[in-house]
Design a protein around this ligand. Structure first.
Ligand code: SF4
Length: 296
């Protein structure tokens, strides 16, 4: 039996960077915390917690005050209010926000300050979107699909559309095209070009979008696919669906304990893939377990 891990799967460089910063801090300091789960993968969280990392929320800041605690900001980033709160409680922050997310926040801030109506294609309560909402004082419109955009966006205003970095690109294009059509209709109705100041900024991360095509090709060549990711991973859901569309015999697992060997029946080529937050060691565990099952 041929069992292969997808060479393009595993941590994106933004997550690698965050985990490396956490590991360095744990080597040199005590009392290291992270604000929210460091990544959407319970097994990797467990590993880092065993090394001493403690997960906290912003409500824990008052109790950390004066304790010499270091608090890490994870790759998703935070709203400005978090930095103000840390300053108030004299907590040292180490900022491991992914540079791609920082750039998104900067672009959103610029358009917001220039008076644009900011629309974000994403999940309202996703950590990254909470950070983006924060930079425009929660005055942006967050939409999950074209229908929501058509309902909520006033296209007579100068408008800019951004995307959460881990959303799917076809979905972004649907939202963009729906708004463009609505603008075109408005221009025809009013006979004025009042709504032509519209910008669509594709801010989907190349680390996510670039993987979809390669993953679909890899999955289509396999008899069975095992997709490993945390259930809270937004990117994991997108990539799992790509995998499932290319290969209906795709199964989602969070860890080795969920692997069901009955899925492998009559399969000779098995593929393993994961989200940008899935550690390579976890996919290796799954591969080794399948190989042991075959050898038994
Ligand atoms: S998916 Fe992209 S934006 Fe998100 S953490 Fe990774 S590199 Fe950064």
């Amino acid at each position: 039996m041929d069992v292969q891990i997808d060479a393009n799967s595993g941590f994106c460089w933004g997550v690698v960077r965050t985990v490396e910063i956490a590991e360095e801090l744990l080597k040199s300091r005590d009392n290291v915390h992270v604000l929210g789960h460091i990544i959407h993968n319970p097994r990797e969280i467990e590993r880092l917690e065993q090394a001493g990392l403690r997960t906290v929320t912003i409500e824990d800041f008052p109790s950390l005050s004066g304790s010499g605690a270091t608090v890490l900001i994870r790759a998703h980033g935070e709203p400005p209010a978090t930095y103000q709160e840390a300053f108030k409680h004299e907590i040292e922050l180490v900022d491991a926000t992914c540079p791609v997310v920082t750039k998104l926040q900067e672009r959103v801030r610029k358009f917001f300050l220039d008076g644009y109506q900011v629309v974000v294609f994403g999940k309202k309560n996703h950590a990254e979107v909470l950070g983006v909402r924060g930079v425009c004082h929660d005055k942006c419109i967050v939409v999950l699909n074209a229908e929501e955009a058509l309902e909520q966006v006033d296209v007579s205003k100068p408008t800019v559309l951004f995307s959460q970095t881990t959303m799917d690109r076809p979905g972004f294009f649907k939202v963009r095209d729906a708004l463009k059509e609505k603008i075109a209709d408005l221009v025809v109705d009013t006979m004025e070009s009042i709504a032509t100041d519209f910008h669509a900024k594709d801010t989907i991360c190349g680390q996510v979008s670039g993987r979809e095509k390669k993953l679909a090709e890899f999955a289509a060549e396999r008899d069975v696919m095992i997709f490993v990711a945390g259930r809270a991973s937004s990117n994991g859901k997108v990539l799992f669906n790509v995998c499932k569309d290319a290969n209906p015999r795709t199964h989602f697992i969070e860890g080795l304990d969920e692997l069901n060997v009955e899925w492998l029946e009559n399969a000779t080529k098995i593929g393993i893939s994961g989200a940008t937050s899935t550690p390579h060691w976890l996919m290796e565990q799954v591969r080794d377990s399948i190989q042991q099952h075959v050898a038994a």
